[in-house]
Ligand binder design. Structure first.
Ligand SMILES: [Fe+2]
Length: 382
């Protein structure tokens, strides 16, 4: 077996965990906290609650929330300026993947300097970051525990993947109550993103016995709870299970990395500004079909985790059942399959295919893929 590395933050999980935010930030030695969020989370009242807990332990704070649905380099620059002007010394993200990735990018530049493009790729961050605490408001992105930050480069119209152990937050505070104020569509999109994280990291070339346990458990939780969570926002049991599913998928992909789905979807997200989970729904089943030949036994295990009956089936037929089950789940939670239906034009596919070759997520895809292969998968995903 190759050498295994596994990193994870301190994790505080459970309904009511948000109340621990003040003490958690305080014991990191913070004095003034840069709070990164977005308007949706603020309107839901969660930021006000978090600020109350900071006030209760005497911490000063500065809120930055002028963000869009995909985190952009211009928002990182504005955030850094605000962080410096307010003389903050620590960062608290309250929100989904976008505020969290902006928080991580601001943290990089605050202590490492330069521009965010300098850190694209793997292990480019060399100086320690300010203390970082993350409270996720969605069950999908998983950025609260990962060593990833994904930032849109506006000029190049693509998402940069930044991977560094320094990006693992100090503390992840996961309170499933925050999921009850999200729309059904966002619940569906983030849930399919989490499923994509679990599946891609399970078949990743960098998967190991620790990440595989997390990935399979996540797939089981998603197949048993995403429909219920999508159907009813007050179903706190389903929300809690989806929060745990997202967490376990993230612990898996942070350490095992991802695959061709994310390498391709990052290019689409840089162009369309659609929710990352929606584009995952379009691409994931086709990448699974492409990857099947590389590791059919693993796809059989995914089918089992998805609740498929595989007794008596050949390994190949059982493996194929995993794709059928994923398609059924995507349809059940109201997401469309087809990148053309979310607004992608055929003319851009050759460029997106070439750009996907440079995405760090492609390195761990279980089947070798060149630009022609990715182009063919893009065509099928339209
Ligand atoms: Fe993702």
């Amino acid at each position: 077996m190759n050498i295994i590395k596994y990193v994870a933050p301190e994790i505080i999980f459970g309904c009511g965990a948000l109340a621990q935010v003040g003490d958690s930030v305080l014991r990191q030695g913070a004095r003034k906290v840069f709070v990164v969020s977005d308007e949706g989370v603020i309107n839901s009242g969660w930021v006000e609650k978090a600020l109350h807990y900071l006030d209760a332990v005497g911490l000063e704070h500065e809120v930055y929330s002028n963000l869009s649905s995909n985190p952009k380099d211009s928002e990182v620059d504005e955030g850094l300026q605000r962080y410096r002007e307010a003389e903050c010394d620590s960062i608290l993200a309250v929100g989904g993947g976008s505020p969290t990735d902006i928080a991580k990018a601001v943290a990089i530049l605050a202590t490492n300097g330069g521009k965010i493009q300098d850190y694209e790729g793997v292990n480019k961050v060399t100086h320690p970051l300010p203390p970082m605490i993350v409270v996720p408001s969605t069950a999908g992105a998983g950025s609260e525990v990962t060593q990833f930050a994904i930032i849109v480069d506006i000029k190049r119209s693509l998402k940069m993947t930044i991977i560094s152990k320094s990006l693992v937050p100090d503390i992840a505070i996961i309170d499933p109550q925050l999921l009850t104020t999200k729309s059904a569509k966002l619940t569906a999109a983030t849930g399919i993103d989490a499923l994509s994280h679990a599946i891609e990291s399970y078949v990743s070339l960098a998967a190991n016995p620790i990440t595989e346990v997390h990935a399979l458990k996540s797939i089981k939780l998603i197949t048993s709870n995403l429909r219920e969570s999508y159907a009813c926002n007050t179903n706190i049991t389903a929300k809690s299970k989806m929060a745990m599913a997202s967490l376990q998928a993230a612990l898996s992909f942070s350490n095992a990395i991802l695959g061709a789905t994310h390498a391709m979807v990052h290019q689409v997200d840089g162009l369309l500004d659609k929710h990352h989970g929606e584009s995952n729904a379009c691409v994931l089943p086709h990448v699974m079909e492409f990857n099947l030949i590389a590791c059919p036994a693993k796809f059989k295990q995914i089918a089992v985790a998805l609740g498929e009956e595989v007794t008596g089936l050949s390994t190949w037929t059982a493996a194929e059942a995993s794709i059928t089950a994923v398609r059924r789940l995507i349809k059940d939670v109201g997401l469309v399959e087809g990148l053309a239906r979310v607004g992608l034009e055929h003319e851009v596919l050759p460029t997106l295919s070439r750009n996907a070759l440079n995405d760090a997520c492609l390195i761990t895809n279980p089947r070798d893929a060149d630009a022609h292969d990715l182009h063919q998968i893009f065509i099928k995903s339209m």
